[in-house]
Write a protein that binds this ligand. Structure first.
Ligand SMILES: C[S@@+](CC[C@H](N)C(=O)[O-])C[C@H]1O[C@@H](n2cnc3c(N)ncnc32)[C@H](O)[C@@H]1O
Length: 227
């Protein structure tokens, strides 16, 4: 990521979609945490519920497609050559680098959203980004089987940031679990207490997932499938 260029892309996205300053899109700190999680897990597919004007999608796409930590571009030159036992263990646990794709879903896009989608497609390519105008429950109903088949054995990462009611958040978590998502990021954990309750209740009912929470800013959860 070239931060100056990236800032320009976000400013352009904001101006062409006519995003309002009252928006509920992610703040930078949360967006960078999500960027890092994509770098860490290197998913083959990201499914995001709740696109709005595309700030979080921009970070997700940048994380999937810029070369940093993906194409061998690293901070440190060389790698852990001293401890061969440790190195071979870490290598065996290293997620395989794949050409990941983002599917972003929003039921009620508004403003100049079409121009925003076209801009993201132009920046990252239609093969890396698909936008779906649909309610998430319908999306899971229509697409889950095909996605499961196509991405079998690959890491799927979910981002839940759509309808913020307890029921809808729970349904999105269940939809992601049925897709066999390895990791599910949930925004607004602290800002909206019933979102945290939905995450806790989900993990209680699905013990195959563990819950990590980040309780600053508006709060973020990561639910990870135990290996
Ligand atoms: C908080 S905003 C998403 C912000 C976005 N993730 C970002 O940070 O750039 C929530 C979005 O969810 C969408 N939404 C609400 N209910 C939905 C549903 N049932 N299915 C899909 N999207 C929904 C809204 O239209 C809205 O754009």
């Amino acid at each position: 990521m070239n931060i100056l260029q990236f800032k320009k892309h976000l400013a352009k996205l904001k101006s062409i979609t006519k995003a309002s300053d009252r928006t509920g899109w992610v703040i930078d700190e949360v967006a960078f945490l999500i960027y890092s999680l994509v770098k860490f897990y290197k998913p083959g597919l990201i499914i995001q519920i709740g696109h709005l004007w595309g700030k979080s999608a921009l970070f997700l796409l940048e994380a999937l497609t810029d070369g940093f930590l993906m194409d061998g571009e690293r901070v440190e030159e060389g790698i852990l050559s001293g401890d061969t036992k440790f190195l071979s263990y870490v290598k065996s646990e290293w997620p395989k680098v794949k050409s990941g794709k983002l599917i972003s879903v929003d039921a009620f896009p508004y403003g100049n959203w079409k121009q925003g989608i076209a801009y993201l497609e132009k920046l990252y390519g239609k093969n890396r980004f698909e936008f779906v105008v649909e309610k998430s429950d319908k999306f899971f109903e229509d697409r889950s089987n095909a996605i499961k088949k196509k991405y079998y054995g690959k890491t799927i990462l979910g981002v839940v940031d759509g309808d913020h009611s307890y029921e809808a958040c729970m349904n999105d978590l269940i939809g992601m679990a049925k897709l066999d998502a390895s990791h599910i990021i949930v925004d607004d954990l602290k800002w909206i207490p019933h979102i945290q309750k939905a995450c806790n209740d989900f993990v209680h009912a699905h013990p195959e997932y563990s819950l990590s929470i980040f309780l600053v800013y508006n709060g973020l959860a990561v639910l990870s499938k135990k290996q």
